[in-house]
Design a protein around this ligand. Structure first.
Ligand code: WTA
Length: 631
């Protein structure tokens, strides 16, 4: 669209304008979209409430922008290339015309099942085309989707269904990921034992495995879709109507349902997609994330489709059938922009180089990373072996809460720097604060990151808990959004994200709050109390280390460990299983009874030289015991 930044000078000019005259800057971008009614005011905010609104009074439907708008010029262009888990199965290309038809038909299915504007729809599906169709069908009729990653346990799923009050669950009989088949429908059944708002479950047949069936609520997708017409006028929504809820972990137990709205999210994801990846007509773009995460929402579905791009959706995992799969897919579909996570890069870097070398990667123009800081070694491996030193790497920093990329280089337009996310996008005004809460004015500095002006795709609230939204994101520094990350800034204004400053640990690119894992472990009948912290891990970036106090002396440690792992897996999900479990007689606590996770983090990281002053602890002796027995 007409807002592609073409040169470094243009970036500088646009950035300046976005700060000095944000309303005019965003107006000029937003006019490129299809609105049913032009907005009355570009934005309005009051972060003491906190409240943020964009394109106020504007009306639109995002699917009209993702689909209908492209039909005149690119009806037969591929919108989605779907690559199955098993390379022997055929990949599928879905054109814009076909996608439009599928979305309209499924939107009618939703309507037939009583779903209307504002209703919440839970989507618990594998990475198949129908997942994208389901998401867009919700948006078509103004229903609010809540996609739950299909690797979460039934308990985690139930908690999310209940929090949002979902009326319907969209799922599949099972899902393939590598060698594994996940019994999705049975997990949904299990979850629904504890949910009262769900009237129906629509089941897509993917694996054809045996499942339970409840005639009262279960319906087959293929039967529902069979006789339905594929015409469905988009419901016209306000800019600030809810588009979706997506849960992310917080530092306390309950997941946070981040609420994103229609207008600003559409404008920002599309704008950032085009500029960060420098997507050009005809390119094939592949983001390897799952649609269960924000990266999949913004940069597999909405951003690329709004721009009219060709986006790849991959059902499988990087290790199946072998560690060359990503590169095989890049060759097969002639991928031009490739976007993945540091944890995947580190895993692949541990395997023989010829698994990369044997594929033709000459179509690649841009490489991207997201989800956690990328270490220097992984960055160079990616640059040398995948990009062959000719593809700019965009290290994109952002969050579920931010909706889109906030800090990143623009491929080939602004300069990259290994391990640095580099410069803020136009419209984004980062700041650094010191530990006393003072803004750091020096250019070269390290501190805590904050953002000082709203951008269009910021999440508007935590569903059902605006107070928590205020406390978590807007109470650290007045009039600033607080993302919870530390950062350093170099002399040229480049940012390097150094990691979380709260109790969220990023394991293999997945955000895990330690609190839910602790809660799961605490459920074991032999456990008195526990503390879970992150520690650096070669491949996963971070892994979890659990310190566990038991009622009695542990007689069968291996058995107890397995039971604990099983509990975590069932309660939170397999991705949250701690790598290390140490049984301890006590945990270091302050006199007010707070567990000193800082000390445990140091022990877990084998960095026990500088524990700081521990004499003020309630129980300093326990620290020595924990260090002596640490794993
Ligand atoms: C981390 C993922 C360093 C960060 C889009 C952030 C990163 C959290 C980067 C959000 C990056 C994301 N460099 N750290 N390029 N990208 N992070 O909500 O700690 O799953 O706060 O969103 O991931 O994770 P989330």
């Amino acid at each position: 669209m007409g807002f592609q930044i073409q040169s470094y000078q243009q970036y500088l000019d646009d950035y300046k304008k976005s700060v000095t005259n944000p309303a005019e800057f965003w107006d000029e971008i937003a006019v490129h979209f299809k609105w049913r009614k032009h907005w009355d005011k570009t934005f309005e905010y009051d972060w003491s409430k906190p409240e943020t609104k964009w394109f106020i009074g504007g009306q639109l439907n995002i699917t009209e922008n993702c689909l209908d708008r492209h039909l005149a010029s690119k009806a037969d262009q591929t919108a989605i290339i779907w690559e199955p888990n098993n390379p022997n199965e055929k990949s599928v290309r879905v054109t814009y015309k076909e996608l439009h038809s599928k979305v309209c038909a499924f939107a009618n299915v939703l309507k037939k099942n009583g779903i209307q504007k504002g209703d919440k729809v839970c989507i618990y599906m594998p990475m198949i085309v129908e997942l994208a169709v389901a998401v867009l069908a919700c948006a078509r009729i103004g229903a609010v989707h809540s996609v739950v990653f299909a690797g979460f346990s039934s308990k985690a799923l139930a908690a999310r269904i209940n929090d949002a009050g979902c009326k319907i669950v969209l799922t599949a009989d099972g899902g393939y990921r590598g060698e594994k088949t996940t019994p999705l429908k049975n997990i949904v059944d299990e979850a629904l034992k504890n949910c009262s708002t769900v009237n129906n479950v629509l089941v897509f047949k993917r694996t054809d495995q045996p499942i339970n069936w409840n005639d009262n609520i279960d319906k087959w997708w293929h039967e529902e879709i069979a006789q339905i017409e594929d015409i469905c006028e988009p419901v016209v929504l306000d800019s600030e109507d809810e588009l979706f809820i997506l849960y992310t972990s917080g530092s306390t137990g309950k997941p946070k349902g981040m609420v994103h709205t229609c207008g600003g999210y559409m404008v920002y994801t599309t704008y950032s997609f085009q500029n960060v990846f420098q997507y050009k007509e005809g390119d094939v773009y592949w983001c390897t994330a799952d649609i269960g995460w924000i990266t999949g929402h913004s940069y597999i579905i909405y951003g690329p489709l709004c721009l009219g791009a060709t986006t790849v959706m991959f059902e499988g995992v990087p290790s199946y059938p072998d560690y060359g799969r990503f590169w095989e897919v890049c060759e097969k579909h002639k991928v031009n922009q490739f976007y993945t996570a540091p944890t995947a890069i580190r895993t692949l870097a541990k395997h023989p180089k010829d698994l990369v070398d044997k594929y033709d990667l000459s179509n690649l123009k841009v490489l991207g990373t997201v989800g956690e800081p990328i270490n220097e070694e992984a960055w160079h491996w990616y640059d040398d072996n995948v990009g062959k030193n000719k593809c700019p790497i965009v290290d994109t920093w952002w969050q579920t809460e931010t909706g889109g990329i906030l800090i990143s280089s623009l491929a080939g337009v602004t300069e990259g720097k290994p391990t640095f996310a580099t410069l803020p996008m136009p419209g984004i005004q980062p700041a650094l604060f010191d530990s006393e809460g003072r803004k750091i004015e020096n250019q070269e500095a390290e501190g805590i990151l904050a953002i000082q002006h709203p951008w269009p795709s910021i999440a508007r609230t935590i569903y059902g808990d605006h107070e928590r939204y205020k406390n978590v994101y807007f109470s650290a520094y007045p009039n600033h959004y607080f993302p919870g990350d530390g950062a350093l800034r170099d002399a040229k204004g480049n940012y390097r994200i150094t990691g979380r400053v709260d109790d969220v640990v990023i394991v293999s690119g997945h955000n895990l709050g330690t609190a839910p894992v602790e809660n799961a472990i605490d459920e074991h009948k032999d456990v008195v109390e526990c503390a879970v912290v992150g520690f650096p891990h070669d491949v996963k970036g971070n892994a979890l280390y659990a310190f566990v106090i038991t009622y009695d002396k542990v007689s069968k440690p291996e058995q107890l460990k397995n039971e604990i792992l099983e509990l975590v897996s069932k309660t939170v999900g397999p991705i949250a299983k701690p790598d290390k479990i140490q049984f301890v007689s006590g945990l270091p606590k302050t006199r007010s009874g707070k567990i000193m996770r800082r000390i445990l983090r140091k022990i877990a990281s084998k960095d026990t030289e500088n524990l700081g002053d521990i004499s003020t602890l309630l129980n300093p002796d326990v620290v020595t015991e924990i260090i002596d027995n640490s794993l």
